[in-house]
Each structure stands twice: as C-alpha cells, then as structure tokens.
Ligand binder design. Structure first.
Ligand SMILES: C[S@@+](CC[C@H](N)C(=O)[O-])C[C@H]1O[C@@H](n2cnc3c(N)ncnc32)[C@H](O)[C@@H]1O
Length: 280
C-alpha cells in the first residue's frame, strides 16, 4: 500500500513539473523525483516519504510544489560551455549580425534557460572583447530568463564559488571581470549591468519587445516531449528577427524543418528562419 501511495506521489509530481515547465521525467529518471521528495521533506523536518502527499494538500501546498519543481530542474551550466560555439559566435555570427544592424548599432540577445547566469555572462564577456560596448556606440540589450526563481536569484548576485568560476573561464578573463570577495568571485558592475535577468517560462512566450537578433536556448529542450518542443519552436520562431540566429545545445538533435527553423550551418546547432516562416 505504502509503495502504491509513493508511486501516486511520484506521478503527481512528474505531472506538476511537466505542466509548469514542459520537462518530462521518464521512467529511467524517476529516481530524481525520489531525491527531490527527500530534499523537500528534510527541509521541513519530515521523514516519511509518503507524507509528501499530505504536504501537497496543506494550505502552503503552493510553496511545496514550487520547491519540488525547483529541485527537479537540471541547472547544470558553466562559463563558455562548448567553447567552439563561442568561437563561431565571435568569429562569424556576431559580425554578421552587426553588419545587419550596422545602421542603428543595436543588438538584442536572449539567453533562454540561462540557469545561474554563466551563459549570459560568457556572452557579455565576448561582447566586451568584441568591442560591442556603449563606449563604442553600440547598444546591446541582453536579456536572460529562466523558469527557476532560485537560478535567477543566484544569477542576479553574480557571485560564484571557486569551483564554478574555474569551470570554463580563462584566468585572464576571470581576473579582468571578477573580483575575489569573502563570499566568492563577484562579477564586475560592467558585466552585471549588461544583463537583464527575468524569471520566465519559454513555453509562455519571449520577453516583451522587438524581435531578437540572437537567441541562445541551449540544453533546455532535452527533456521536452514533442508537444512542448513544438510549442517552444513556435515561441522561438516568433521571437527571432528576419536575419536572426537561434543557437540550441549540441546534444539536442536537429529541428524538424516543419518547425519553420532551418539549419544555418553544418558545424553546430545554429538555426535561422526557414523560407515559409519568412514569407508568413
Ligand atoms: C541544463 S540548464 C542549461 C543552462 C545553459 N543554457 C547552458 O547551456 O549552460 C537548463 C535550464 O533551463 C531551465 N528551464 C527548463 N525548462 C524551462 C522552461 N520551460 N522555460 C525556461 N527555462 C527552463 C532550467 O531551469 C535550467 O536552468
């Protein structure tokens, strides 16, 4: 009986995650739900795993639900993740976007599913290294969103442990853009001032405003089912400027041309609007 109740709880929580974020927990990843339940119960001083069901029906169920969803999201990230992608961005993609935006000298960039901020910070460092700064007459609007409130709260601090700062960042970049403090390595004001962090669910649409020249949506759709993937593609397509580029994660497979997004290069998961989307 206890086992049945526990399975019921796992099913409920998996459904909650799917409804809130589009993330699907397959059978082989169900152990993650067990771990999330244990974590939430421990934080509340409860020990019996079946008691998660009673917590989910109490008046503060909303906060229990939020904690469970947060515990189930995979926030893995690091600076300059897949470095060859940043080499391509710096060498080819950004220069082409700058040519397209040469007249008004503005760029709009969206890091969707930015986790704790390492991805948008890597972009900001790259933009500084490219000279795309206000001082040089460029106005760059870099927006970074994530469905996880905890991840966005951490990203906003711009403070990283020694382990985190050493993952992907070169020593020169680290010393130039971060300062060691008793709390950890603190990003410079210039870097943090370049990024607008917001909580947001990709499936509920892009941040408001004009279309984006560049969208990074990496390692977020891995656990989406086909339906969520289609919805995400529709939102991403609608948010992309005509000349814009969309970058997915390397291991996320290829997009169906019916998504309205087509490969822009064979080297990595870089996409542009397909002819049909352009004509629409
Ligand atoms: C594995 S991390 C990837 C972070 C970064 N893009 C990278 O590649 O290093 C995936 C992030 O996507 C976020 N995420 C998952 N589903 C989301 C959704 N529906 N909308 C927005 N963010 C989502 C998670 O909270 C997590 O922080």
């Amino acid at each position: 009986m206890e086992k049945e109740i526990h399975q019921h709880a796992i099913g409920l929580i998996a459904r909650l995650l799917r409804e809130r974020t589009g993330q699907v927990i397959n059978e082989d990843r169900r152990w993650r739900v067990d771990r999330a339940i244990e974590m939430v119960l421990r934080q509340r001083g409860v020990t019996r795993s079946n008691d998660i069901l009673s917590l989910l029906t109490q008046p503060d169920a909303a906060s229990v639900e939020q904690e469970l969803v947060e515990a189930l999201l995979n926030n893995e990230t690091y600076f300059f993740r897949d470095r060859q992608v940043f080499t391509l961005l710096a060498g080819t993609v950004i220069p082409a976007l700058c040519r397209a935006r040469g007249e008004d000298r503005t760029l709009r960039i969206w890091s969707a599913g930015c986790s704790t901020g390492q991805e948008p910070l890597s972009l900001a460092i790259m933009l500084i290294e490219q000279g795309l700064t206000e001082g040089n007459g460029w106005s760059v609007d870099l927006i970074a969103t994530d469905v996880s409130e905890a991840a966005i709260a951490t990203a906003r601090t711009g403070c990283y442990s020694r382990f985190e700062i050493q993952r992907g960042l070169g020593v020169a970049q680290m010393l130039r853009h971060f300062e060691e403090t008793p709390d950890g390595w603190q990003a410079s004001r210039q870097l943090l001032g370049m990024i607008r962090y917001q909580t947001g669910n990709l499936l509920e649409g892009p941040p408001p405003g004009p279309p984006f020249d560049l969208i990074l949506c990496r390692n977020l759709m891995i656990y989406f089912d086909d339906q969520a993937k289609q919805r995400a593609c529709k939102e991403l397509r609608g948010a992309l400027a005509q000349h814009g580029r969309l970058l997915l994660g390397g291991g996320e497979g290829t997009l169906d041309p019916a998504s309205g997004l087509v490969a822009a290069t064979h080297d990595c998961a870089l996409y542009r609007l397909g002819q049909r989307a352009l004509a629409a």
